[in-house]
Ligand binder design. Structure first.
Ligand code: PEP
Ligand code: MG
Length: 880
């Protein structure tokens, strides 16, 4: 295949091949916007490199060809001594991975051409600065030299000169620094810095390919669930310079505020600077609006281009640009990352502006974003000690202990502690710590700094650029206005306002939760709530999937109902046997004759009945699926080890009680090596006489009672862990007998949570009025993964090795477990065409899984109350 595309040959829809950056550079080129000429090496080439460890043989010729074209276009040649063509080599994958991979600028400079550049530009300082940047970036990213080596040398040069910033170094200083850098390269690698521009370019391209598998890139992809086999494209772009003087500069811009979605001029600008200076937060930037004063022509041109881009992409765009001596150049654009709140606001504003329709607006918001908007906020009325206010970079309310390093954040998080990672600025090496922390606080950098961009992408709370804070990582202190905060102290940061508080600030429910609770009207003046209301209402109109909840208490049921649940998909009755009732369960287990057993059951029945009365009442008029008891009985007994010790000690003293002896015998009798695969679910019902009958009587009589009160209870009885239709027939006979005694009719269905059940679903459907997939057990038994053990034990390794990108307990494994679900639905409906089928495993509230359940034709998903709004939204999106 063709491995290299000129910018003029691509378009925005070629992201997979050209990466996001390459595809959008091509789009802008073809829109006639001022993009410096260049070309893109495809992700195919990268994948070939990653597979074989070598750059594909045909790539060199293609690059030659495109370099020639570029040289012709630019009227100068790579390495030309008197006027060199310089290029940037930048990574660009299909999915944005901010700061995760490599970039090398100023490729093409060497000991000769630096003089040509100095002469051509009339600015030797600039030329030497460009050269030292090349060696620095090349040294770090291509030659793997520790970046500190260069940073330290730069700091030393500044110190020697008494310089405050790099701008205070002159041409001679920078020339000397180039010599120092070259020496460092030789010392560190035993090789000279390569003088041949084409060698520089080839090595940089290889380094970009290789950076795809850099540790931090792998980690980022795992966090963001990005496929590790995609590879990155490489963009070779002719250089334009923002560091030619104060009439030059570089910046980033957003067509709307990525934090709120408000229209306006948002971004940062830095005069006399190149490339990453803005993002790295090296010097403090000025707000983009100031560019109007600095250079009105460029500012006006930028505003016009921003309008063009928003109109073209019909969405918020973010932009990187450079001004070279008063001429504006576009270096990058993409549909920009945004906060959850901005996503909702932007989507509905674009509908109001007539740019997109409501379906499209719904496509543009995600369940995960809605979930974020439901997180609590700081209580405005609480006593708090404000210590500073920085830039509100990524919203949320985070409380935690101060840590200063990524390693400390990870260690503390492993101990289960909540931490705030505090840094002067972050860089890609801080990623581990950012993931582990509740929030991120920096003292430098703007809304587009690394910390801000990455935190927003991860949905993590971030306050950046809190300049009053004097962060001393080495000492482990933050000094601010005369106070000192040390590592381990609690602070609270508000990513919505930028405020930083000492101590722990209490939180209150978010307005979005209050809206779902019904205590905040959608038209009460909160525009975010209004946006959420519009989109969730639309989702409800278009979705086919029903949304039920998993709830065992009237309180949960009532909340879920307010959140929009259309019934209960799973009530786990065993939760009703805990607490004080454990003793009655114990008596049931210890009973060694019918009379004792019946007495114990008789004791439990009214308690159960009371539970069901409340639950059915809370869901009056809506279906309530009640599952008969599932877990193994020893879960209700004391631990075998502890009891054995207690009894042994008592025996020694001759004081062992009869009760304890009996209890120990029962515990030993019921002990199982693999309780998850043991006596539980339908098996219990078949082995312990009267247990299921008691539960059914409680359900049926609760329904009768409510009906007497004029209510409309709609219980459904569900049998867990069925693997053979015979099991279901036997239990069904008993259940029907009890129902007939009480004189009510209740649908009787089963869970499909064993592979065998899915495979023989056609038989099972003969005895079931409905199915509900228990994807927790189905995942456990399909993979043979113990659901209680594996995630903590070795899943992180599995994720690292790319065996799966996300835990199959979190998001449905479509190929394996999903295939069984599909089979179960098909076979079940082959027997009973209108068999009602739902899912009640954890996957019922997972966005990706919901799309799958829609595809395979389930009737509803059931999830925990707090995930109901997310499920409604995603069910709507799945139906588009
Ligand atoms: C399941 O297995 O998916 C299920 C919902 O049941 P439980 O989690 O109670 O085993
Ligand atoms: Mg189960």
């Amino acid at each position: 295949p063709k491995l290299v595309y000129d910018f003029a040959e691509g378009n925005k829809d070629m992201k997979e091949l050209l990466g996001g950056k390459g595809a959008n550079l091509a789009e802008m080129t073809n829109l006639g916007l001022p993009v410096p000429p260049g070309f893109t090496i495809t992700t195919d080439a990268c994948r070939a490199y990653l597979e074989t460890g070598a750059v594909p043989a045909e790539l060199a010729d293609e690059i030659d060809h495109h370099v020639h074209l570029l040289e012709r276009k630019m009227g100068k040649k790579l390495g030309q001594a008197d006027d060199p063509l310089l290029v940037s080599v930048r990574s660009g994958a299909a999915a944005s991975m901010p700061g995760m991979m490599e970039t090398v600028l100023n490729v093409g400079l060497n000991d000769d051409s630096v003089n040509g550049l100095a002469h051509q530009s009339g600015n030797p300082r600039f030329a030497w600065d460009a050269y030292r940047r090349l060696i620095q970036m090349f040294g770090k990213t291509v030659l793997d030299i520790d970046g500190e080596v260069f940073e330290d040398a730069l700091d030393a040069a500044k110190k020697a000169k008494g310089a405050r910033t790099d701008l205070d170094l002159d041409a001679a200083d920078l020339k000397a620094l180039v010599e120092t850098f070259k020496r460092a390269v030789h010392e560190q690698t035993g090789r000279e810095f390569p003088q041949d521009p084409r060698t520089q370019m080839d090595l940089a391209i290889e380094a970009v390919f290789g950076s795809w598998n850099a540790e931090r890139a792998v980690l980022y992809r795992r966090q963001e669930r990005i496929d590790g086999s995609l590879g990155t494209a490489v963009n070779i772009c002719s250089m334009v310079f923002g560091n030619l003087g104060m009439d030059s500069g570089t910046g980033v811009a957003f067509t709307r505020d990525p934090a709120t979605g408000q229209q306006g001029v948002y971004g940062d600008y830095l005069q006399n600077a190149q490339g990453e200076d803005v993002v790295a937060g090296i010097r403090n930037t000025v707000p983009l609006a100031d560019l109007e004063q600095i250079d009105k022509t460029s500012y006006d041109a930028l505003m016009k281009i921003m309008a063009t881009l928003e109109g073209h992409y019909r969405d918020l765009c973010d932009i990187e640009f450079t001004v070279e001596r008063g001429k504006l150049w576009m270096l990058q654009t993409r549909v920009g990352k945004r906060t959850a709140a901005a996503a909702f606001r932007i989507a509905t504003s674009l509908v109001d502006e007539g740019v997109i329709d409501t379906d499209e607006a719904l496509r543009r918001v995600k369940g995960a974003q809605l979930a974020q908007l439901m997180f609590p906020r700081f209580d405005a009325d609480a006593d708090k000690q404000l210590i500073s206010t920085g830039i509100a970079a990524s919203p949320g309310a985070a409380v935690g202990k101060v840590v200063f390093t990524s390693a400390a954040a990870v260690e503390a998080a492993d101990r289960g502690e909540k931490v705030i990672l505090v840094r002067r600025e972050t860089n890609p090496d801080d990623l581990h710590g950012m993931i582990a922390a509740q929030g991120i606080l920096t003292s430098r950098g703007g809304k587009t700094s690394h910390a801000a961009v990455v935190a927003r992408g991860m949905g993590k709370t971030c306050v950046c650029g809190a300049e009053e804070l004097d962060v001393n990582v080495a000492q482990g202190t933050i000094k601010v206005n005369g106070t000192v905060i040390e590592a381990g102290e609690l602070i609270s940061i508000d990513g919505t306002t930028g405020e930083v508080f000492r101590g722990e600030v209490p939180v209150v429910p978010s307005p979005v939760v209050r809206y779902f609770e019904g205590t905040l009207a959608p038209d009460a003046g909160d525009d975010l709530v209004a946006s959420v209301h519009r989109l969730i209402t639309h989702a409800d109109e278009v979705r086919r999937l029903g949304t039920r909840t998993n709830a065992d208490t009237a309180e949960d049921a009532a909340r879920a109902r307010r959140f929009g649940a259309e019934g209960i998909g799973l009530c786990r009755t065993e939760h009703m046997f805990l607490g004080e009732r454990r003793e009655a369960v114990e008596r049931l287990i210890l009973a060694d004759n019918d009379a004792d057993r019946e007495a114990a059951l008789a004791e439990l029945e009214p308690l159960q009945r009371g539970d069901f009365l409340e639950l059915l009442d809370a869901m009056d008029g809506l279906p309530v699926t009640i599952r008969l008891i599932d877990p193994p009985l020893h879960e209700f007994l004391p631990s075998m080890e502890e009891l054995a010790v207690k009894v042994a000690v008592a025996r020694e003293r001759g004081s062992a009680s009869d009760h304890d002896e009996k209890l120990l015998a029962a515990v030993e009798r019921l002990h199982e090596q693999n309780p998850m695969l043991g006596l539980r679910g339908v098996r219990l019902g078949l082995v312990i006489p009267g247990l299921f009958a008691m539960q059914v009587r409680a359900i049926a009589s609760a329904a009768v009672e409510l009906r007497k009160q004029g209510k409309d209870p709609r219980p459904e009885i569900m049998i867990p862990l069925v693997g053979a239709v015979q099991e279901l027939h036997l239990v069904r006979d008993e259940v029907e007998r009890v129902l007939a005694e009480v004189g009510v009719q209740v649908p009787i269905g089963t869970m499909i949570e064993l592979p065998r059940a899915a495979v023989i679903a056609d038989q099972i459907a003969e005895a079931a009025d409905f199915f509900s997939f228990g994807t927790n057990d189905l995942t456990q038994t399909t993979w043979g993964f113990s659901r209680d053990d594996v995630e903590g034990a070795f899943f992180s390794r599995y994720l690292e090795k790319g065996i799966f990108a996300v835990s199959p307990f979190e998001s449905i494994d479509r190929e394996g477990v999903g295939a069984l679900v599909r089979t179960g639905v098909e076979r079940g409906r082959a027997t009973k065409p209108d068999l009602k089928v739902g899912v009640c495993g954890e996957h019922g509230g997972d966005p990706d899984s919901i799309h799958f359940f829609h595809e395979v034709g389930l009737d509803y998903v059931s999830c925990s109350p707090f995930r109901i709004p997310v499920a409604r939204l995603e069910a709507g999106r799945a139906a588009l």
